[in-house]
Design a protein around this ligand. Structure first.
Ligand code: ZN
Length: 188
């Protein structure tokens, strides 16, 4: 069975679209871990490394078997820290993390601000960038935080990579919401 899968002998009436679907993979504790292709998820299931938690509406067929494509699967074994990689900094994900609100005044954010200005050695990292309105951005300029009248409303944090992936995909199927309630607040 597994060898069939590894030999790419999955058939389906709408093979291309089903196998292009994605599966949310959870860890043993039902926490979101990654988003993988349906094919990869099925290989994990057939190798008994994962179990299907939620099936999608799509059928995947092999010569002898039919499966509902997994929408959510859970690993049966513990994975270590390397799987919870730090997410690459992404402009749009910063806006999502900060609710598109200026982190200084609460108005609608239009730009990204480096809390500790880059011109004064500030890093381009999750912890040093926030969503910001144009007015605050211009008024703050390259003032250092300790000399500034601009104070953050909350501490900027680095989200987990799974949260960024979900945010950038604008969410997944509704059933994913059971495991990812607030996409970028997972690491808060
Ligand atoms: Zn502002």
């Amino acid at each position: 069975m597994v060898s069939h899968m590894e030999g790419c002998e999955i058939m389906s009436s709408d093979r291309g679209s089903v196998l292009a679907e994605r599966t949310l993979v959870l860890d043993v504790g039902f926490r979101p871990l990654s988003i993988v292709s349906v094919r990869r998820a099925l290989l994990l299931v057939l190798a008994e490394k994962a179990e299907i938690i939620h099936e999608s509406q799509h059928v995947v067929r092999s010569e002898k078997l039919e499966f509902w494509a997994p929408s959510v699967a859970r690993l049966r074994y513990h994975v270590g820290a390397p799987y919870r990689r730090r997410a690459a900094l992404h402009r749009k994900a910063v806006f999502v993390r900060d609710d598109y609100l200026c982190q200084y005044c609460g108005r609608r954010a239009e730009c990204i601000d480096h809390v500790h200005p880059r011109s004064k050695g500030g890093e381009h990292t999750w912890e040093n960038v926030v969503a910001c309105c144009r007015i605050c951005n211009v008024a703050k300029g390259d003032t250092l935080p300790e000399n500034s009248r601009f104070h953050l409303q909350r501490v900027p944090r680095a989200p987990e990579s799974i949260a960024v992936a979900v945010a950038l995909r604008r969410g997944g199927p509704p059933e994913w919401d059971n495991y990812i309630s607030s996409p970028l607040s997972l690491s808060a």
